[in-house]
Design a protein around this ligand. Sequence first.
Ligand SMILES: O=P(O)(O)O[C@H]1[C@H](O)[C@@H](O)[C@H](O)[C@@H](O)[C@@H]1O
Ligand SMILES: [Mg+2]
Length: 255
Amino acid sequence: MADVWQSSMDHAVAVARKAGEMVRGALKDDRTVMTKSSAVDLVTQTDQKVEQLIIQSVKEKFPTHRFIGEESVAAGESCNLTDDPTWIIDPIDGTTNFVHAFPFVAVSIGFSVNKQVEFGVVYSCLEDKMFTARRGRGAFCNGEPLQVSEQTDALVTHLTCVFRVRGAGTAAINMCLVASGCAEAYYEIGIHVWDVAAGSLIVSEAGGVLLDVDGGDVDLMSRRIVAANNRTIAERIVKEIESFTLQRDDAPLQS
Ligand SMILES: O=P(O)(O)O[C@H]1[C@H](O)[C@@H](O)[C@H](O)[C@@H](O)[C@@H]1O
Ligand SMILES: [Mg+2]
């Protein structure tokens, strides 16, 4: 990656930390659910405030950059990735955790150019862990290099009856667990681009493998992903799970 994106990445880290402070503060006194479109799809005022904080602060510094944010898309903005520099933001990944004070909540910021993720930042707010990756330059947690595990006996961070299962309740942290070598794999159907844009780069820069749940190349707009420490485990997961298709994130808006 050309050094031209370093200042954007530095800004992403700084604003993710600020956003994390806001999330920690709100955990104490503002976890009220505003809307609930399903048992798992919750929105709080804090989700919206944190997204605004990030977008405003980025706009001031990088006025030409574009945004895809979970709450902005929920409010009707389009979710199309162009070749322009684009910040892909999940203000609170793990909103259900946040509402219950279950202590795994992340701010996730991916940054893409020419439809390729150039850097990813995931701040695990309560653990105070800042996960970062730049394309071609490795993945880190609080500055320490990350490496996926060499285990062949897989611990998986999502539902399956074949593997041992753990789940943090946030796609971004689940992926950082794979990147950190604490779990061998994560898969999910139903996530959105803002859940996985940053985490996917963190996994691949830590030496992991990303696949679509049908075994092809991962497509961040397709709402499905397998992330694993190696290809053998990724392909085993592909074989074991029953895949299905959901409406893509970039599907044309219904009029
Ligand atoms: O809605 P948030 O909390 O941003 O994202 C969550 C997804 O909605 C949910 O489907 C998924 O299981 C969870 O891992 C993800 O982070
Ligand atoms: Mg999310």
